[in-house]
Design a binder for this molecule. Structure first.
Ligand code: THU
Length: 163
């Protein structure tokens, strides 16, 4: 038996102005997007902004439903819209933020497992890492350089095809 370690390097920023101008803009657009969230059940408004390789920025927000499982996270709303409307254009960076009706969110919002899996699909398809910028309504910002880092031991096509 061997014990093995998984680790990865990511960046942490105290405030927005430590990011590049492009990333600051993307994060600001994610915050704008949170305002379009439809979250009457959780009161948790998530905004995502996805920058494509062609420079286009796609916004998405979480959309809930009275039949709870039918709702969709902000990240997947943005990713599916992007892939539908810009097929074949790689995702470059996604910024994610959230605001709550009930409490202050000062810690970064990290994508749920389903969103990680979906983003991983597009990362593998394009063979290009997707950067992920995460922040709460305010507070410190985390930047991760690939979805793979957030989803180790990913189920991917090589396993499906026994490659
Ligand atoms: N949510 C997102 O939109 N993205 C995430 O990464 C985590 C959760 C949404 C789903 C639901 O509408 C609300 O936040 C509370 O879970």
């Amino acid at each position: 038996m061997k014990n093995k370690t998984y680790s990865f390097t990511y960046s942490e920023f105290e405030q927005e102005n430590e990011l590049s101008v492009e990333d600051q803009k993307l994060l600001a657009m994610a915050k704008e997007s949170a305002k379009t969230s439809y979250a009457p059940y959780s009161g948790y408004h998530v905004g995502a902004a996805l920058r494509l390789d062609n420079g286009e920025i796609i916004k998405g927000s979480n959309q809930e439903n009275v039949a709870y499982p039918n709702g969709l996270c902000a990240e997947r709303v943005a990713a599916f819209y992007a892939s539908s409307n810009y097929p074949g254009i790689a995702f470059e960076t996604i910024a994610v933020t959230a605001q709550s009706d009930d409490f202050e969110i000062n810690d970064p919002v990290t994508p749920c497992g389903s969103c990680r899996q979906v983003l991983s699909e597009y990362e593998n398809k394009a063979e290009k890492p997707i950067r992920i910028i995460m922040q709460g309504a305010s507070g410190k910002i985390i930047l991760v350089n690939s979805v793979q880092n957030l989803l180790p031991f990913t189920f991917n096509e090589s396993k499906l095809k026994n490659l």
